[in-house]
Design a protein around this ligand. Structure first.
Ligand SMILES: Cc1cc2nc3c(=O)[nH]c(=O)nc-3n(C[C@H](O)[C@H](O)[C@H](O)COP(=O)(O)OP(=O)(O)OC[C@H]3O[C@@H](n4cnc5c(N)ncnc54)[C@H](O)[C@@H]3O)c2cc1C
Length: 440
């Protein structure tokens, strides 16, 4: 045991699903934890997503075969991928992301993500029960819809990988799809029902329920804007926008798409791996490159008596349509888009959302869009599509938990459990090496 661990005190920066999960898991091991965010828990990326928790998410976007399909994707961009000029300024990430579309990297990532997804799944269930919020969970899978046999045939590789990992699926004919979802338009030649999947009816509500559990057990939430972090003789300090400095033995950076910006300009004195407090002469800076796979959502009033039982992913339309509820418990439909590659702070371009709405309206009846429901967020993606979960080498007490790309809502709890085990020097529930910071 060293100073950092014996203190059992930590500050977690960022109260999205990942940060709240880290705070809850640390607290469960007896740590005293403060959670800091400029907003209320779950009001950014973790609140705006499609709410799907699925074992099928073990497949990253950068996979073998991506290079072959890239020219067509760029020359004839479909609704699923928009590349804006501002994305090119982030070419170091883009290049590395494409480089990782090789078999070795893909195999390592799928194994690692599958373990993280399964650990998260068990943890979500436990926490939802503890928070008396099981009613937010729907355990009936999700559907991938194919408009023609050739698009279904093109998914062969994906289906083989799902089979290899024993993910429960069923191929549906148009007739059996109609029996399962009678209000879907009869557009689809095939559907794949991913049965090892669930969804939530209110993603922000789930994060808030977990945050309330954290508060109920004595956790502290501080509402402040974080400006910078720095080393401190007894650990770390973070500065807020009002100029205050706060010291802590252990600092967890879990600020989703904003994590790289916080760490980017930061230079640190390397300390030895034994965590003695003697800094070496060497100064390093962080080499983690983050990409921003932006996405949009719009919400609609449902048609009364025309329910959708589970989220659908229309492969050709490249959207996900999820039956959800708003904070008041009223039924709504949330439409989320595919990926838009752009600079994180580039102006929104709503074209992708308009296209997704047109496609979704052809598939499922919905009433008008809800006023002020349009939203944009960024999936925070690292080049190998694996999040970082672990301690910054040479920086005892500085812990990183970000980069969860398309699946941070589902994998936040597993991340929290793994990080809390690492911080407590315990044996870990899953192999942490694929998530190590040292891979950068
Ligand atoms: C369109 C779309 C659909 C998606 N669908 C799914 C899905 O179905 N299933 C799934 O698992 N994932 C999905 N995702 C991905 C998922 O939403 C993210 O991976 C996840 O929310 C990331 O969580 P996080 O806690 O790391 O980040 P966030 O939720 O963004 O949390 C970061 C927090 O840091 C805070 N913060 C930032 N800067 C500061 C600052 N300077 N000071 C103080 N606080 C700060 C923010 O306020 C925020 O609360 C989707 C994403 C998008 C965009």
């Amino acid at each position: 045991m060293n100073f950092y661990e014996t203190s059992r005190q930590a500050t977690v920066l960022g109260a999205g699903m990942v940060g709240v999960s880290c705070a809850l898991a640390l607290q469960a091991k007896g740590w005293r934890v403060t959670l800091v965010d400029k907003r209320e828990p779950g009001e950014e990326t973790s609140g705006g997503n499609a709410g799907v928790l699925s074992r099928s998410s073990l497949l990253p976007f950068n996979r073998p075969g991506l290079w072959r399909s890239l020219p067509q994707m760029l020359l004839q961009p479909g609704p699923g991928l928009k590349v804006r000029a501002s994305a090119l300024s982030n070419w170091p990430w883009l290049w590395r992301f494409l480089w990782h579309a090789n078999r070795t990297s893909f195999e390592k990532t799928t194994v690692a993500l599958d373990a993280l997804i399964q650990l998260s799944w068990v943890t979500h269930r436990t926490w939802l029960t503890q928070a008396q919020s099981q009613h937010l969970l729907r355990e009936n899978g999700w559907l991938w819809l194919y408009q023609n046999p050739s698009s279904f045939d093109a998914s062969e590789f994906t289906r083989e990988v799902l089979q290899k990992f024993s993910v429960a699926t069923e191929i549906l004919s148009p007739q059996s799809l109609h029996e399962l979802e009678p209000h879907l338009a009869p557009h689809y030649s095939h559907a794949l029902w991913i049965k090892d999947a669930a969804s939530v009816t209110h993603p922000e509500g789930v994060v808030k329920a977990y945050a309330q559990q954290f508060i109920n057990a004595g956790g502290i939430i501080q509402k402040e804007e974080i400006k910078a972090i720095a080393q401190h003789p007894n650990g770390w300090q973070w500065q807020s926008s009002n100029g205050d400095s706060h010291a802590t033995p252990n600092l967890v950076v879990a600020m989703g798409p904003w994590s790289e910006k916080l760490l980017g300009p930061f230079k640190f004195q390397n300390q030895s791996n034994t965590r003695s407090n003697a800094p070496s002469e060497k100064t390093s800076s962080l080499q983690i490159k983050m990409g921003f796979e932006r996405g949009y959502h719009r919400q609609f009033k449902p048609v009364e008596g025309v329910p959708l039982g589970r989220p659908i992913y229309d492969i050709s339309g490249a959207y996900v349509l999820s039956p959800m509820q708003n904070a008041a418990g009223e039924n709504i439909m949330r439409l989320t888009t595919g990926v838009e590659l752009a600079a994180q702070d580039a102006q929104p371009n709503w074209q992708q959302l308009e296209e997704a709405e047109n496609a979704a309206r052809r598939a499922f009846p919905m009433k008008e869009a809800l006023p002020s429901s349009d939203w944009m967020g960024s999936r925070p993606s690292l080049p190998d599509s694996r999040p970082v979960i672990g301690e910054m080498p040479g920086c005892p007490g500085l812990w990183l938990a970000f980069g969860h790309q398309h699946i941070g809502f589902s994998t936040g709890p597993g991340t929290g459990v793994l990080l809390a085990e690492l911080m407590s020097s315990e044996s870990t529930s899953i192999d942490p090496r694929a998530f190590g910071v040292d891979r950068f």
